[in-house]
Design a protein around this ligand. Structure first.
Ligand code: UDP
Length: 255
């Protein structure tokens, strides 16, 4: 059993105090929720896969100059991240209509959008994460105009990069959700960094040829083979080339 102090437990992850000041350990659970936690389930092995997939994507993004909270993976289910002050906004970037966008605006799922659309939602489970405009974000003080400029610019860069990366492995990036945080360096300078995770839990990925859904919609819509789809995304990204994860039982001890 871990004796580390738990900082926060979310629907799919737990945050623990990190080994050094200014760090946290992000633990990926197998729990899955949808429709504001009205639907609950367990996808065996999901935490292991999302830990690896998110690690991979954050590392690739760092390589092209996107600042992230990711430091390094610790074990099968945990990664070390920089402690940030989370901006309470979910940023959704869309390339193709799907999900709530299709419902809200009456656009058939699968219709390509004329250009990428960035939406903001206020992170608040009680209110069901309402969609908000920049006006609400700045008026309520959730982020400044400068923060939002950085968040928008980073989101579009991330979208361009990930769209190409996924296309290269036969997957269409339909939409995805990002979270950002404020990180202060040793000189007390603040910068906006990408936080949370990027995985099939937080994005829609369709096979380029068949349009088969390879993401959490398989869970949301009871399509079956959820873990297999996540595993296939990992496999295509070059993760687990020799088979499945060995540790589906729980965390190994931290370094
Ligand atoms: N998303 C997420 N967390 C949320 C809401 C949405 O990760 O709380 C992701 C979702 O997986 C999808 C994108 O953001 O890739 C857009 O989701 P949408 O607004 O269509 O909502 P949904 O149909 O998932 O309810």
């Amino acid at each position: 059993m871990s004796r580390r102090k738990q900082i926060y437990e979310g629907k799919a992850k737990i945050l623990y105090e990190g080994p050094e000041p200014g760090t946290l350990v992000q633990y990926f659970k197998d729990d899955a929720t949808a429709f504001n936690a009205k639907k609950k389930g367990v996808i065996t092995g999901k935490g292991v896969l999302n830990n690896r997939i998110s690690e991979y994507l954050m590392m690739r993004l760092e390589e092209v100059g996107v600042p992230t909270h990711f430091v390094r993976r610790l074990n099968m289910r945990e990664q070390l991240v920089r402690e940030v002050e989370i901006v309470p906004i979910e940023v959704v970037v869309r390339n193709v209509a799907a999900g709530s966008f299709s419902q809200r605006y009456g656009v058939p799922e699968g219709q390509a959008l004329p250009r990428s659309i960035v939406e903001y939602y206020y992170k608040n489970d009680e209110l069901g994460d309402p969609m908000v405009a920049e006006e609400h974000i700045t008026a309520f003080g959730w982020a400044s105009t400068q923060d939002l400029d950085d968040i928008m610019a980073l989101s579009l860069r991330i979208n361009d990069f990930l769209t190409g990366l996924f296309l290269g492995v036969g997957l269409k990036l339909i939409d995805f959700k990002l979270e950002f945080g404020r990180h202060w360096n040793e000189h007390d300078e603040m910068r906006i960094v990408l936080a949370d995770e990027i995985s099939p839990d937080t994005s829609r990925l369709w096979d380029v040829k068949t349009n088969e859904k390879m993401d959490k919609d398989r869970f949301r819509r009871d399509l079956g083979n959820v873990e297999e789809a996540y595993r296939e995304v990992a496999r295509r990204l070059g993760i687990f080339p020799e088979g499945g994860p060995q540790d589906l039982k729980g965390p190994k001890t931290m370094q």
